[in-house]
Structure formats: C-alpha cells, structure tokens
Design a protein around this ligand. Structure first.
Ligand SMILES: Nc1ncnc2c1ncn2[C@@H]1O[C@H](COP(=O)(O)OP(=O)(O)O)[C@@H](O)[C@H]1O
Ligand SMILES: O=c1ccn([C@@H]2O[C@H](COP(=O)(O)OP(=O)(O)O)[C@@H](O)[C@H]2O)c(=O)[nH]1
Ligand SMILES: [Mg+2]
Length: 230
C-alpha cells in the first residue's frame, strides 16, 4: 500500500541541493538506506518509502503529548528527537556529556548526532509511518530532510513556560533559566525552519492552547484526511 506514496516527494531527497561535503554526509545518513532499491526477500513494508511528518513547536507546546495521541489513533511510530538524545545521554555513549551540556544550556545538538539516532530508529521500525517530534530544529538539521508534511503547534510563550515548569519528568532542561534560553533558540533558529516549510505549503499550523483533548480534535482531521493505510 505504501506504493501509493511513491509519487509524493521522496523523504530526505534533496541531494541536489546539497553543496558542502559535510551536508552531503548528513543527507546520505538519512537517504541511502531508506530509499535504496528493494532487496529480494525483504518484506514489502521494509523497502517502501516511509511517510514522514515532522512535528514542530516551542518547548512545552504539546508536541510529545499530541504525538502519543496521533500515534495511537493513526498507527504512526513516534520518534522523539529529544527522547533519543536523552537516551543517548544516559547511556555510556561518547556523546553523552556533550548532549547533557547542550541540553542544559538550551542549545541544539550537532545534526550528525541527531540524524544518526533518528536514522537508526527508522531503520529498526517495521512501520513506515513516522512522526518525527522536535526535529529539524535548525537550518543545519533541515538540509537534506524532506518530510511529507509538518505539523506545527502554535502556543503563547507564557503557556509553554508554565507547562515546561510543571512537567516534572526530571529533565535537565525543565527549569526557568534553560527554558528562557530555549525560547531564544526557538525564535532565532527553529522558527525560520517552520517558516521554510510554510513557504513550501507543507506546514499545518494548529492552535496549541486549550486542553489536550481540544487540541487533538484540531489535529485529528489533518491525519484523518490523509487516508493512509499500513
Ligand atoms: N493542552 C495541555 N494543557 C495542559 N498541559 C499540557 C497540555 N499538553 C501537554 N501538557 C503538559 O505540558 C507539558 C509539556 O508537554 P509536552 O507534550 O511534553 O510538550 P513538548 O513536547 O512540546 O515540549 C507536559 O507535562 C504535558 O503533560
Ligand atoms: O533535534 C533535536 C531535538 C532535541 N534537541 C535537544 O534536546 C532538547 C529537548 O528536546 P525535546 O524535543 O525533548 O524538548 P521539548 O520541545 O519537547 O520540550 C532541546 O532543547 C535540544 O537541546 C536537539 O538538540 N536536537
Ligand atoms: Mg517533547
């Protein structure tokens, strides 16, 4: 059934836009395995092109909460970029200390680190429908990554800050100082990425205020209209 989407823009297929060698490396990290030709004996779902929705919005805008609901209702795999980085941070990985420092200061991890983790998560999934939550957060992240569409949660700063400070998940970044830094980074670096997708007609903006249920009722028709099958 995924064949129905082969005419849609290929996921991470902007190789022709890539100019610098390091960008090429990042792009290839996403592209090669995912769009490689079918191998005999491989299951149909594994070789088909994935359908990918990026999910963006400020810290505390409700990305993770809504992704869980979308995943459950519409059968997507939820890949949280921040969750992958936290897992890496808590492992014995060589990048652990670097990730912890960046998260604490509200900065964005280098693309090669995040892309490698996302790529691995996509490759190990049976599913071919993905929500990639919290990525891309910068122009550097974005280069070479082409989603089918982007869901964006629009939320006032004071609401986001309140939610983050009440999150209570023991995160190194859920404190007043870091959230202020994160908001600066969000406005300066992540919002231009959302604007890029808006200009391409790929951004679905959703009001991120109200209850979780109210927000999901705004999200539901977007996914219901996709009529994706597994
Ligand atoms: N609509 C909502 N109203 C109140 N609290 C919410 C709402 N949506 C999410 N939350 C809570 O706010 C915090 C941040 O939500 P989360 O989904 O983690 O946002 P994000 O992933 O965008 O940072 C979490 O503690 C979550 O339970
Ligand atoms: O693609 C990503 C996603 C996350 N992060 C880091 O992880 C933190 C937390 O991200 P997450 O998406 O978990 O935060 P949320 O927006 O959900 O609060 C960010 O501030 C960044 O430091 C990153 O560097 N690149
Ligand atoms: Mg989140």
């Amino acid at each position: 059934m995924w064949r129905r989407f082969t005419s849609l823009p290929l996921f991470f297929s902007h190789l022709q836009q890539v100019r610098r060698a390091d960008e090429l490396k990042i792009c290839q990290a996403f592209c090669t395995e995912i769009v490689k030709p079918p191998v005999e004996g491989e299951s149909n779902s594994r070789r088909s092109i994935p359908f990918v929705a990026f999910v963006l919005g400020g810290p505390g805008s409700g990305k993770g909460t809504q992704c869980l609901k979308i995943a459950e209702t519409f059968g997507f795999d939820h890949i949280g970029a921040g969750d992958l980085l936290r897992k890496e941070m808590h492992s014995d990985s060589e990048n652990g200390a670097m990730i912890q420092k960046l998260m604490k200061e509200g900065s964005i991890a280098p693309s090669e680190v995040t892309v490698k983790l996302i790529k691995k998560a996509i490759e190990s999934a049976e599913n071919r429908k993905f929500l990639i939550d919290g990525f891309p957060r910068s122009e550097e992240n974005r280069i070479g990554a082409e989603p089918n569409f982007v869901l964006f949660f629009d939320c006032p700063e004071e609401v986001m800050v309140k939610r983050v400070l009440n999150r209570n998940e023991g995160r190194v970044d859920d404190n007043e100082h870091t959230v202020k830094e994160r908001l600066k980074v969000y406005k300066a670096i992540t919002l231009p990425v959302a604007n890029h997708y808006a200009k391409k007609g790929k951004l679905y903006k959703v009001d991120g205020t109200g209850t979780q249920e109210e927000i999901f009722e705004r999200v539901r028709p977007i996914f219901a209209s996709l009529r994706l099958s597994t």
